[in-house]
Design a protein around this ligand. Sequence first.
Ligand code: PCD
Length: 779
Amino acid sequence: METVAVVGKPVKRKEDPRFIQGLGRYLDDIVLPRMAYLALVRSPYAHARVRAIRTDAALAIPGVLAVITGEDLEKAGLAWMPTLAGDRQMVLATGKVLFQYQEVAAVVAETREAAYDGAHAVEVEYEPLPVVVDPFAALRPDAPVLREDREQKTNHIWHWEVGDREGTEAALRSAEVVVKQDVRFQRVHPAPLEPCGCIADYNRGTGRLTLYVTSQAPHAHRTLLSMVAGIPEHLIRVVSPDVGGGFGNKVPVYPGYVCAVVASLKLGRPVKWVETRTENLTTTHFARDYHMTAEIAATRDGRVRALRVKTIADHGAFDAQANPSRYPAGLFSICTGSYDFPVAFAEVDAVYTNKAPGGVAYRCSFRVTEASYLIERTMDVLAAELGMDPAELRRKNFVRPEQFPYRSALGWTYDSGNYAAALDLALEMIGYADLRREQAEKRRRGELMGIGISSFTEIVGAGPSHSFDIAGIKMFDSCEIRVHPTGKVLARLGTRHQGQGHETTFAQVIAHELGVPVEDVIVEEGDTDTAPYGLGTYASRSTPTAGGAAALAGRRVREKARKIAAHLLECGEDDLEWVDGRFQVRGAPGRSVGMKEVAFAAYTNPPPGVEPGLEAVFYYDPPNLTFPFGTYVCVVDIDKGTSEVKVRRFVAVDDCGTVINPMIVEGQIHGGLTEGYGIAFMQEIAYDENGNCLSGNFTEYLVPTAVEAPRWETARTVTPSPHHPIGAKGVGESPNVGSPAAFVNAVVDALSPLGVRHIDMPITREKVWRILRAHGITG
Ligand code: PCD
């Protein structure tokens, strides 16, 4: 079937036949000749001085080839690596360890088993030191200084602020109503099903290093590796094979990668390192861990006048957040959300503790989830204070459609939006008025039912080069299109999907622009030897950036195709119109050619003076970010006997502008809502007072399955981005950004007759039980 106008169609995912047949090629599927394995020795202590490391017993184990320690790396100048946040992180411990399971030594062996046996046989002498797990305690003057390597002798890392401090303060002082709420976003983890890993393959013959790695950003990894290890960039090839979920976890560079590279350089053999689930949960990047306080000033009749936010950010042992350079707290300043605050001020202080480093944007455009949760939670606190319906309060304060492009008090220019439309649709779908009546009735009978609303605004598509870079590299993205003589198309992009469906959606965009069937376009990502330079896939940036590049590269191909078409149709270029995916002579619908004929002519019969071939590359630097939004409504019933919170209904109305593939977008929403559900009710990376991680596997860190997940009801409104080439905004993160507040607001609403105003996540059954028991409702 010839499908041409394919943007907006639920095209089946081109990648799925290989995935559902088990024919995907993930990192651990790759086995190279003479490949050795690497395992890491990790610290059992959260804070300790390393007195000695003895490797003889490990080296005596059959099959063990080498043991690498921090001292060895020091000689190569690689004991520490720079982080994206401008800090540095130990690759292997030198002097001391700063968090439990920190990397202490690496053992390389002929087999994976021997590598692990070797790792167990490395003897490390530790001298335990006092542990600091609480960031507030870490800031006290008597707290032990964790990072002795830094000049600054405190655990405070940095202070960041934005907005109008005095103006906000004045508005708070003179306000008719002020609410203040402490809100914690607990430490969570992206926990992709496939953990992180790599194979470093240094070839002494060619001098080339190939790094196969579970990477969301292969080009950035190549450049960073070249800068850190001093290997010329053209001698490095980074290949990110099929990736089994990224969720931000596969953006950073981890010590295991560096160790594998060093081992391969040392041995001249390929070296594979794949982490275990426990290593993934306890050492690769966590997310969130923000302790926030919000204050809203408002009028009695519910008009917001000011927002003030103060945050303590727990960064663990190293400041290793993956953020664009200029934004130490990511895009947290989107915390005014969907509301027209005349003035606002936000500040964040980052702190070291004896916990794993990170601060990755887990399904979140760099701290947007924290911001969105905070404002959506606090708006409900304000509604409760005013005795106002939370939907009404939101509607009253929304940025109105005619205000776009809207400049927020904290400096963002929102591209487009219609917040009331999404709210109205969601309320209508869920039957809001009836639910409130039902709730009133149930309350009279002492039953606990709650309705929670979240009208979030996202900010995705990092980003415009005027403000976005990572380690100096501007955050554009790219697409290269080659049209073969028979009209079939190969497209390569600088992004790297991990399950999102780019092989389908970008093929749709390109097919649409070229007027070819979507089946005829193959999309490749992830190999730095072939793909054009791009910054990768995270922060819902692929559609806003590479998606724009795909459309514009397609149009660039079409510009050349027009010359060839004019030659074939023996007319002037200006006489041609682009109609239904074909070049047609104006006023003569019978005379037309499609891309297939043009492509053949490009190689067999190009017009005089026109270069043969038909290809184009486009590096797209977006003028602005895109601002997807939506309203989620959740209905819960709480069982007073068991303390179970049952999500009865969940309606999600999303607006991501032009939709490329509605089926894929729907899948993205389901996935993100399920993750949001896990965060709201089940998950926390927790530590005891000695810094022992209590959430090191899937029996302690719970991942929702189809059994727990509620039934999602989805719908959409469409407000195109005015600046994106096809009007699309990102969407992958929205459900994770918007949903936690909807869940929590619903539970708090259910318990509000008991005087409950806020509950921190995860809302476990135990937490609910404690509240019910305190009110004598349950035994
Ligand atoms: N789309 C469409 N339309 C529109 C938009 C969108 O269709 N309008 C689609 C596209 O194309 C793709 C998807 O959808 O396919 C998505 O997109 P976006 O939003 O743009 O995004 P991206 O960039 O692509 O991706 C990223 C995201 C993120 S960020 C995350 S986390 C997650 C999500 O994505 N991850 C994941 N989703 C997912 N899925 C899967 N399957 N897997 C994964 O891993 Mo970060 O920052 O990284 O944390």
